[in-house]
Write a protein that binds this ligand. Structure first.
Ligand SMILES: Cc1cc2nc3c(=O)[nH]c(=O)nc-3n(C[C@H](O)[C@H](O)[C@H](O)COP(=O)(O)OP(=O)(O)OC[C@H]3O[C@@H](n4cnc5c(N)ncnc54)[C@H](O)[C@@H]3O)c2cc1C
Ligand SMILES: NC(=O)c1ccc[n+]([C@@H]2O[C@H](COP(=O)([O-])OP(=O)(O)OC[C@H]3O[C@@H](n4cnc5c(N)ncnc54)[C@H](OP(=O)(O)O)[C@@H]3O)[C@@H](O)[C@H]2O)c1
Length: 386
């Protein structure tokens, strides 16, 4: 291929990459399973920037597919046509690679109700469908995957085609890239929390995080990936200070940022706020941060280990404790970055930032809101939250 030509690999034509490293970052005694992955880009023509994400197409766990087929009374050889496709495929293939096994809807419950031959099955489904309390109705469905609904209503046996038409497509998952292209131009690193939990009496796992952790084959060119461009990234000026707030897997892009600035000898100061459950078990990349502090590539590191003491301590508490210094950095032109959990953490960090701006800048709460809006508009307050 002509090196000046754009890489042909993208979301519609993913590159079959090799997984070249997989190791656990959290200790075996951790309540979490956070892992580091390295994916080789060799032969792809792909490149990436700090702040970009990697898209990964995973397949469903064969055990989950087999359980669903058994519960629904299918062999897996039934031919089905996925909506918008032209050619039919075997049901087992569709369930393995194309369709999401979670997220059934009430339309599906209605289908089961219509096909159920047992009165008790019909009555249970009718009760769920007819539930008037919206919270209860939402919770009932959220706790169930397609498998649960088949197991709980064994007399309901819709045709394979009817079932797959009510399933969502299996989508690729995005992961913030945790390596720097200046140091690893031919490799992409990921920092992934493996999703495992229990609901409705059954053990569950996240499709893609468990695929990477348990099923993806090492050194085989068969992990379909693409690079997703992002607005999130280091300032163009290497002298500008950066403040990074990244608890848990939110630290991923900041490993990339600090690695990049260190590799290129950028002079701008770097301040990281990191938090996780316990220092001895969840201090992701602790050795690397220690080395960066030693070399001066990392100017400051403030940590918040939430479960090492009776009262929770979070990254925003560390921000508040260091409000005057944080404001000084911002006055010196610092960019402020947040990455990680969108539901709780990013909201609370945003509130802490507003409080610091008001207090340190001597602004009313309303003026602080306007100030932060402008901070965002200027591209100096960037978030990558999920
Ligand atoms: C831009 C971007 C960057 C990201 N970067 C990272 C990253 O660097 N590292 C990382 O680990 N993730 C990252 N994510 C999240 C990642 O894309 C996936 O969403 C995550 O790995 C889960 O995917 P999965 O396929 O393993 O789980 P899924 O099969 O998608 O299952 C997840 C679902 O399971 C349910 N669930 C999960 N836990 C529980 C629970 N305790 N109780 C009940 N239900 C639960 C929820 O419905 C949840 O939506 C990022 C997301 C985005 C959008
Ligand atoms: N299966 C599990 O056991 C398990 C456990 C953790 C996370 N997860 C899931 O894994 C995914 C990724 O996890 P992650 O590693 O990125 O992060 P995370 O484990 O959710 O959180 C990292 C750190 O942030 C803390 N935190 C919680 N609420 C916060 C808030 N409002 N403000 C600031 N910090 C807060 C956590 O403390 P506390 O947790 O002590 O409150 C923890 O110390 C998430 O989707 C999460 O739901 C699963």
């Amino acid at each position: 291929m002509d090196s000046a030509m754009p890489a042909p690999f993208d979301k519609n034509n993913p590159f079959p990459a090799r997984l070249v490293d997989r190791r656990r970052l959290s200790s075996p005694a951790s309540q979490k399973d956070t892992q580091h992955f390295s994916v080789s880009l060799e032969g792809s023509g792909l490149s990436y920037k700090c702040g970009d994400s990697l898209g990964v197409f995973a397949t469903n766990n064969p055990a989950s597919v087999a359980a669903l087929l058994k519960a629904a009374g299918f062999t897996g050889d039934e031919q089905v046509t996925i909506p918008k496709d032209v050619s039919p495929v075997a049901l087992r293939q569709a369930l393995s690679t194309r369709l999401a096994l979670n997220g059934p809807t009430y339309k599906f419950a209605q289908l089961l109700h219509d096909r159920a031959t047992d009165a008790a099955d019909k009555a249970r489904l009718a009760a769920a469908i007819g539930e008037v309390d919206p919270e209860k109705k939402k919770a009932w469905m959220e706790q169930r995957e397609f498998l649960d609904l088949f197991l709980e209503h064994p007399s309901a046996r819709p045709a394979a085609q009817e079932v797959i038409e009510l399933m969502r497509k299996l989508m690729p998952r995005l992961y913030s890239i945790s390596s720097a292209p200046s140091k690893y131009p031919q490799e992409i690193h990921l920092t992934v929390a493996v999703v495992r939990y229990e609901t409705n009496g059954r053990q569950r796992e996240g499709v893609c995080s468990s695929y990477l952790a348990d099923r993806a084959r090492m050194h085989e060119a068969d992990l379909p990936i693409f690079v997703a461009d992002s607005h999130f990234g280091l300032p163009a000026d290497d002298n500008v200070p950066v403040i990074m707030v990244g608890p848990g897997t939110g630290v991923a892009p900041f490993r990339s940022f600090v690695m990049d600035r260190a590799t290129r000898g950028a002079k701008g100061p770097n301040w990281l706020f990191f938090g996780d459950q316990r220092k001895d078990h969840d201090f992701l990349y602790a050795d690397e941060w220690a080395a960066h502090l030693q070399s001066g590539a990392l100017t400051r590191l403030d940590t918040a280990f939430s479960r090492d003491q009776a009262a929770k301590v979070y990254v925003q508490d560390r921000m508040r404790e260091n409000a005057a210094e944080l404001w000084k950095w911002i006055q010196l032109g610092a960019y402020f970055y947040v990455c990680g959990d969108a539901k709780r953490m990013a909201k609370d960090v945003d509130a802490a930032l507003h409080a610091i701006v008001a207090e340190q800048g001597g602004l009313t709460p309303e003026a602080a809101v306007e100030w932060v809006k402008q901070f965002k508009k200027d591209g100096r307050y960037q978030r990558d939250v999920y």
